[in-house]
Design a binder for this molecule. Structure first.
Ligand SMILES: Cc1cc2nc3c(=O)[nH]c(=O)nc-3n(C[C@H](O)[C@H](O)[C@H](O)COP(=O)(O)OP(=O)(O)OC[C@H]3O[C@@H](n4cnc5c(N)ncnc54)[C@H](O)[C@@H]3O)c2cc1C
Length: 438
């Protein structure tokens, strides 16, 4: 593939930005080695003239491959956006509507993590995710006027039982080792920070405050990414129904949809959340991805709480418009994403036990989503062994929203031939070894 850097000489009929038609006549004898004589025609002026293009330099560019991404959640959309920004051509295929599964259902918490000092490589990825969220939020606003609802609201971590207090001590130790800033709040400070809106009984044994917790409004994040992908020249195809992967040797060469669409693919990335395993089954590859249901309840409380509150695996996430999310459960219920009375009542009881004013209110909405779980708790991110053009990014379980930009960068770097080797080794689907064969 050649791209031509051209300098127009001897033509008065066009200016930069004009639409012109060029007809190559012959190599020019009086220009430099790569010069050619052209007939040039300007639609604007309707002038035709002959001229010599000189200093025509053939620059050998390697056209970046065309990437097909399957799955329009946070992981697939972030990957599409990152690849487009790196100059790839991208098409994203979604069987139904983009961003209506786990990425919509989640809370959007960006938990404290440090990209450089984290002890575990996966926490490093989470730290990178937090840093990129801040950068992407700014860039999406500056470039396109899009708002992902990024809010560095800070986070409160509390313990109201001895077990929770012990776990929080461990949390504090690792934050300290990772240079994350946090401090212990006295009861008076806790009362002041939340304007006396938190319950005093049962007693809070430990309260840790960190400025390093943020949130995104995940439905806004998804919508913004989809808009940015389109504006960067990407293609998003929705409502395709089930997809069939067609193979030739060790390559996926074509994808066909139940709706009748079909397209060839150069590189294929599977980011279909908890359904990724089902897609791979078509290739007789057994990559275990289990759906872990998470239920949520939503209150409207008027004056928003000032920060996220975490207790054990439960949390309250305030939105600036007065919505308050209560989450969440971890359930194995197959692919059933209905809500249940028992779990909903437990979420509501948890919320009311922390914020007494909720006693007078009922949740305005509830829902459930299916988190994609890998067999060992780490995402699967990388090339599928023994296949020439097949990549995967899934299994992000409880942190897929936080990890989405960082996973996108890591996979884009891998596709370009780089990437953090330690992380790529840890996350590679090849770690399943022979278990990958169906
Ligand atoms: C209740 C709850 C709370 C959460 N809270 C947080 C949080 O606070 N912070 C955080 O970081 N993470 C959170 N998560 C986790 C996070 O939401 C997920 O890890 C993340 O959204 C996974 O993104 P994904 O793109 O892999 O999957 P999904 O969002 O599920 O997207 C997969 C997409 O692929 C499509 N698809 C599936 N099969 C096919 C197919 N065959 N062909 C084409 N398309 C297909 C689906 O329709 C879907 O659009 C939460 C999750 C839940 C459920």
């Amino acid at each position: 593939m050649f791209s031509l850097t051209i300098a127009l000489a001897g033509s008065r009929i066009c200016r930069p930005g004009d639409t012109i038609e060029l007809a190559i006549l012959k190599p020019s004898h009086h220009s430099r080695q790569w010069g050619v004589d052209f007939q040039i025609f300007s639609r604007k002026t309707a002038w035709r003239s002959f001229c010599t293009l000189c200093a025509v330099e053939p620059t050998q560019t390697t056209m970046k491959p065309h990437v097909t991404v399957i799955g329009g959640g946070a992981i697939g959309l972030s990957l599409a956006y990152e690849l487009l920004r790196r100059g790839y051509r991208v098409r994203l295929l979604e069987r139904s509507e983009i961003g209506r599964e786990a990425s919509w259902a989640g809370a959007g918490i960006l938990a404290p993590a440090h990209p450089d000092h984290s002890l575990h490589p996966l926490d490093r990825l989470a730290g990178l995710g937090s840093r990129l969220h801040r950068e992407w939020a700014e860039r999406l606003r500056n470039d396109y006027g899009l708002d992902v609802g990024y809010w560095n609201c800070g986070g409160l971590y509390i313990a109201r039982s001895p077990g929770e207090a012990a776990a929080l001590r461990g949390q504090a130790d690792s934050w300290e080792a990772e240079h994350l800033s946090f401090r212990k709040l006295t009861p008076a400070e806790l009362t002041a920070k939340f304007g006396g809106r938190l319950a005093t009984s049962p007693r809070v044994i430990t309260a840790l405050w960190t400025d390093e917790e943020s949130q995104i409004r995940n439905p806004h994040f998804i919508r913004s990414l989809a808009a940015a992908v389109m504006r960067e020249g990407g293609e998003i195809l929705e409502q395709l129904g089930e997809l069939r992967l067609q193979t030739r040797g060790n390559r996926i060469w074509r994808v066909e949809s139940a709706s009748g669409w079909a397209g060839e693919c150069e590189l294929l990335c599977l980011a279909a959340g908890t359904w990724t395993g089902q897609l791979l089954e078509q290739l007789a590859i057994a990559l275990p991805v289990e759906p872990i249901r998470g239920q949520m309840a939503l209150f409207q409380i008027g004056q928003p709480l000032p920060a996220i509150i975490n207790e054990g695996s439960r949390y309250l996430v305030p939105r600036k418009d007065g919505h308050l999310l209560v989450g969440s459960t971890m359930e194995e219920a197959g692919f059933d994403r209905s809500t249940t009375e028992l779990e909903q009542s437990q979420l509501v009881a948890f919320a009311r036990s922390l914020v007494p004013e909720l006693a007078a209110r009922e949740p305005i909405r509830s829902w459930a989503g299916l988190r994609p779980a890998s067999y060992d708790g780490f995402p699967y991110l990388g090339a599928i062994p023994d296949w020439d053009n097949l990549f995967v990014s899934t299994g992000h379980l409880r942190s897929g929203l936080q990890l989405a930009p960082a996973s996108a960068v890591l996979l884009a770097e891998l596709i370009a031939g780089g990437g953090d080797p330690e992380l790529l080794r840890l996350l590679s689907p090849a770690r399943l070894g022979r278990h990958l064969d169906g």
